[in-house]
Design a binder for this molecule. Structure first.
Ligand code: UD1
Length: 473
């Protein structure tokens, strides 16, 4: 279910469960006061879009949000000052920085994309629920605090808009490293006299568990082998970051990671990799609007599955050293897609391809194999004229000639961005509520789209929305 500002106001004492997810939602409606006012303000923001313009031009991609979250948490593992560049300025990374400050990390924003942290005087190993409910990935602080201080207390993250999100594998890994892990009053409490190396098999390929266990094992005594690891580029980036601080991690990017624990980590200067999901989102925006977009500051290798699918549905994709150009000069054609861990087709790009396929010639079958509940946005897309049937973890999409503008809401981060793509491709005006989710992971999304010729505006009230309508005619 998708909640609007009015829902929020009318149920302020209930639990709207607007929150608690990976790429899903962000807030619970229970709390009042400052956060209430903040939420009011955020929930009033909307994107208003007049669709129909092909996107044309160049766009610069920001640093990878999911790498940044792991790297920021890992930065607390040294007492030295750490400098991190190419930091995306998005809500999730900013909330994690606040969570870090709340336990005593000194954060210096050098400029919009550069941050320095000093964690020499962390006074607390307990992280407030306030943060974990806004950003699930604050669970990376467990691995980092446990590795450094052999102790961590972090609230248990809840479920989310894209399905149940267990963290049993993270806990299994911490236990294998010698920590006692208990759950009390909603908190995960992990403690160890000594952490020791171990051989850990992950029953499911998990990005979060791989990164969290890798962090703790970096400062365990002895040798750890993690098998059936996630191979995502952000896993490699966090491993490279830790190694640049003196950790000894080998094999990141393969399904076996070997770690020789070290006693101390030190200063580093590090630059985060580009965000392949943001890049892929712009590539699909070009495809769905029949555009021609050069997506810059990327690593094309990280986008191979996305590029392959775009070519399969009729786009031209040209790769350069650090850019990729997507040209869609004819109607897209249908295909079948199944999400899977990297290097497979990413679950975080599933809503974006579904939007493109909703406009393609023929019928497509999209299977979601990572998260159980990731087709919720299909109801919103249907309101714009898409024809799709969801059966369990499969969506059967019959392409239509055109989508039409409607009032819709963003149910979570990636689906929200995909619905913006739908709005850009649709005829007429679309208003998108709950864009707070999109802002979790896309820096200056509206600005970047406008630079490609999109008619999109972030509005705060009806007056601004009316002004936009008047202007675009
Ligand atoms: C990360 C990404 C998210 C992406 C997802 C899959 C971050 C901050 N988020 O989320 O954007 O959608 O990877 O690429 O990087 N699982 C378990 N037990 C566990 C952990 C996971 O069963 O302890 C299952 C999950 O339910 C899911 C699968 O493993 O079915 C993969 O989840 P995982 O890779 O852990 O996702 P996240 O790290 O939460």
């Amino acid at each position: 279910m998708c909640y609007t500002y009015n829902d929020f106001l009318s149920s302020a004492t209930g639990d709207l469960c607007l929150g608690a997810s990976g790429e899903g939602a962000a807030f619970s409606g229970r709390e009042m006061g400052e956060e209430y006012k903040y939420l009011q303000r955020c929930l009033m923001e909307q994107y208003i879009v007049r669709g129909g313009n092909p996107l044309v031009g160049e766009v610069e991609i920001s640093g990878a949000k999911n790498a940044a979250l792991g790297i920021l948490a890992a930065a607390i593992m040294t007492d030295d000052t750490v400098r991190i560049e190419n930091m995306p300025d998005v809500r999730d990374t900013n909330v994690l920085l606040e969570a870090m400050e709340s336990i005593g990390v000194v954060v210096n924003r050098v400029d919009r994309h550069t941050v320095e942290t000093n964690s020499a005087h962390i006074g607390e190993v307990s992280v407030d629920y306030e943060y974990i409910k806004k950003i699930r990935a604050s669970y990376y602080l467990i691995g980092a605090l446990l590795g450094k201080y052999k102790e961590a207390e972090v609230p248990l993250p809840g479920g989310c808009n894209i399905g149940s999100r267990p963290i049993d594998l993270h806990l299994k890994g911490f236990r294998a490293l010698g920590a006692s892990v208990t759950i009390r009053n909603g908190f995960i409490i992990a403690k160890a006299e000594h952490l020791h190396g171990s051989r850990i098999y992950l029953d499911t390929v998990s990005v979060g568990a791989t990164i969290n266990i890798m962090m703790a094992a970096s400062m365990a005594e002895g040798y750890t082998v993690i098998e059936n690891c996630a191979r995502e580029p952000h896993v490699v980036d966090v491993a490279n970051f830790l190694n640049s601080m003196g950790a000894n991690i080998r094999g990141a990017g393969t399904d076996v990671i070997r770690i020789r624990g070290v006693a101390k980590l030190h200063h580093t200067d590090y630059s985060i990799i580009p965000d392949q999901i943001e890049a892929g989102t712009f590539m699909f925006a070009a495809a769905a609007t029949k555009g021609d977009v050069m997506v810059k500051n990327i690593i094309p290798k990280h986008l191979e599955a996305t590029s392959a699918k775009l070519m399969e549905i009729g786009c031209e994709v040209e790769e350069f050293d650090s850019a990729v150009r997507v040209v869609a000069s004819k109607r897209l054609t249908s295909t079948n897609v199944k999400t899977s861990p990297y290097p497979g087709y990413p679950t975080d790009m599933q809503p974006q391809i579904c939007v493109a396929l909703s406009l393609a010639q023929g019928t497509s079958i999209v299977t979601e194999s990572i998260f159980e509940n990731r087709f919720k946005y299909m109801d919103e897309l249907a309101r714009m004229g898409a024809v799709a049937r969801v059966e369990g973890n499969t969506a059967i999409i019959t392409g239509v000639d055109r989508l039409m503008g409607a009032r819709i809401c963003a149910p979570d981060l990636r689906a929200g961005a995909a619905l913006v793509i739908a709005a850009l491709a649709a005829e007429g005006i679309t208003t998108i509520d709950d864009i707070v989710y999109i802002q979790r992971g896309y820096e200056k999304f509206d600005e970047k789209l406008r630079s490609l010729g999109a008619e999109i505006e972030l509005v705060h009230d009806d007056k601004e929305a009316r002004k936009f309508r008047f202007r675009v005619g």
